[in-house]
Design a protein around this ligand. Structure first.
Ligand code: HEC
Length: 147
């Protein structure tokens, strides 16, 4: 930000001195200097506004990523079948996953997603994981492994 402002100010000063030189020949140049100053001020304002918007967007994106990749929050929809700590055999069919490692959980979840893993009820698990991206799968796996 400071660099951009310095450049704008430097450009303004250079612009002014050029205009001052011209002014000796043509007095009407004063009007042009004022016009240019207004334009530069407007440009500075726009740069500041764009930077502020970018900062806010970045902060929002960070917060969204934080919230959506929250393992505890994501696991809440799994807990009904697998138990709050992954201690249940889901629907009496699945393995107990509470004591699995992060890698084991990620492999199973990615496998359900691409169809390369699972038993008779893998279709049900596909529905559970199909909308989860890699970051969310890792967040859930880390959460379950900690229980
Ligand atoms: C409606 C009940 C239900 C929900 C909700 C559910 N699961 Fe499952 N899960 C199952 C069943 C049934 C299986 C066994 C599927 C099969 O035949 O492979 C399973 C299997 C698994 C396995 C592999 C265990 C094994 O036996 O190989 C993991 C890991 C798993 N689920 C994690 C999750 C996660 C994470 C969520 C939430 C995103 C979730 N499940 C949501 C019912 C459920």
């Amino acid at each position: 930000m400071k660099i951009i402002l310095s450049i704008m100010i430097a450009m303004f000063i250079i612009g002014c001195s050029e205009d001052a030189a011209k002014q000796e020949k043509a007095p009407v140049a004063e009007e042009a200097v004022v016009k240019e100053a207004v334009e530069v001020a407007q440009a500075v304002k726009e740069v500041v506004a764009v930077e502020k918007i970018a900062q806010v967007e970045e902060a929002v994106a960070e917060k969204v990523a934080e919230v959506t990749a929250d393992g505890a929050l994501l696991y809440s929809k799994c807990a009904g079948c697998h138990g709050a700590k992954g201690e249940k055999a889901a629907l009496g069919k699945s393995a107990v996953i509470g004591n699995w490692s992060v890698a084991q959980l990620e492999d199973a979840l990615n496998g359900y997603k691409d169809g390369s893993y699972g038993g008779a009820m893998k279709g049900l698990m596909l529905g559970q994981v199909k909308d989860l991206d890699a970051a969310k799968i890792t967040a859930i796996a880390e959460y379950i492994a900690k229980q």
